[in-house]
Design a protein around this ligand. Structure first.
Ligand code: ZN
Ligand code: ZN
Length: 357
């Protein structure tokens, strides 16, 4: 018998965490935090945590990995398994970890994975256990410009936990890109430079690719992390698309100046402007005529959120997740007996436990 507990991430944007308990095996898929919450941790008991042998991470973002130190403090002594890229991106290194594919094999559990197109190192998982198949898409996007996706196709699964983060959004990723460029054009036409707060690992590369392709002569500025990400993207062969490497080959990223330049694109590697210095920099730029353009979910009480509340930041989404429509297409291309959409308040959590047996 397999017991699956939706410990977080269903009915909410964050806290992704799924417990799988078999007759002899117990593991977790992701262990994320719910940002700006008084109770940000996965819904797991101490007994459940102490029984765990592994945590399989889909990727490094805090809403999938941020609760690992909490898990260890509550008695988790198992191994965290993830791609080499994901492990290297974690802010706090787990006490025990293994690179996906190099972990000690466990009798009775087979694991297959593919790249999920969401960020460097992100994967989906297909587990086989006790004659049942369990699929976890992780944060999943098909047809992205930047990261390669190994398409989930012809999978027969007893249960599939699928990214549906954008809910009823009707625009395709391509249409979102067009809207993003339109907004950027309006800002540039008004004679203003753009400040883009982007994740450390994620959609920042797509933003720079689109902007540079459209306005190749405008200067690009970025903090040290952003400069490193760009270098990584151009030399990587495993996670990024050839179109990205080609499109960015001639880009020079200048160091981000203390005060706003008069023209160009400025990248800060923190989508929420969480640190005081990042928020202050953004405010200095705004007073010097720059426009802040946010491209992903804004967390309440963050620096980005404050600027948005004050009318000092615009928003235009760049896709790194699936919509309901894309999730339904994925269902049609596979055979899933039970589907759990996750990563969105649009599909509330109706049942926290599922038994397969
Ligand atoms: Zn993510
Ligand atoms: Zn996520």
């Amino acid at each position: 018998m397999i017991r699956i507990k939706l410990a977080g991430g269903v009915g909410e944007h964050g806290r992704s965490s799924f417990l799988v308990e078999g007759d002899t095996i117990s593991f977790l898929v992701d262990c994320g935090l719910l940002a700006a919450s008084a109770d940000p941790y996965p819904h797991l008991t101490k007994t459940e945590i102490q029984k765990l042998s592994w945590v399989y991470l889909t990727h490094s973002h805090a809403d999938h990995s941020g609760a690992l130190p909490w898990l260890e403090n509550l008695g988790f002594t198992g191994t965290v398994i993830a791609t080499r890229e994901t492990l290297s991106q974690l802010k706090v290194q787990p006490r025990k970890s293994a690179v996906l594919g190099e972990e000690a094999k466990c009798h009775g559990l087979s694991v297959r994975w593919g790249r999920s197109g969401h960020c460097p190192g992100s994967v989906w998982y297909e587990f086989q256990l006790e004659g049942k198949t369990l699929l976890f898409s992780g944060d999943y996007l098909e047809g992205g410009l930047v990261y390669v996706t190994d398409l989930i196709r012809n999978v027969r699964a007893d249960i599939a936990v699928l990214d549906s983060a954008y809910g009823p959004e009707l625009r395709s990723a391509e249409e979102m890109r067009r809207d993003f460029l339109k907004k950027a054009e309006t800002i540039l036409t008004a004679g203003r430079p753009l400040l883009l707060p982007v994740p450390q690992y994620g959609r920042g590369l797509e933003a720079v690719l689109l902007l540079h392709k459209r306005w190749p002569d405008l200067p690009i500025y970025g903090d040290a992390h952003f400069q490193n990400q760009l270098k990584w993207a151009i030399s990587d062969r495993a996670w990024t698309t050839p179109a990205l490497r080609e499109g960015l080959a001639d880009v020079t990223v200048l160091p981000l100046p203390e005060d706003s330049p008069t023209v160009g694109f400025c990248f800060v590697s923190n989508p929420q402007l969480r640190t005081e210095s990042q928020e202050l920099l953004a405010r200095r730029y705004v007073s010097a005529n720059a426009e802040v353009l946010l491209t992903g979910t804004v967390e309440v009480r963050s620096g980005s959120w404050r600027l948005q509340q004050e009318g000092a930041a615009l928003f235009s989404r760049l896709a790194v997740h699936s919509t309901d429509q894309q999730r339904e297409e994925l269902e049609q291309r596979n055979a899933f007996l039970k589907v759990i959409p996750f990563h969105t308040p649009d599909h509330p959590c109706e049942q926290r436990e599922i038994i397969l047996g």
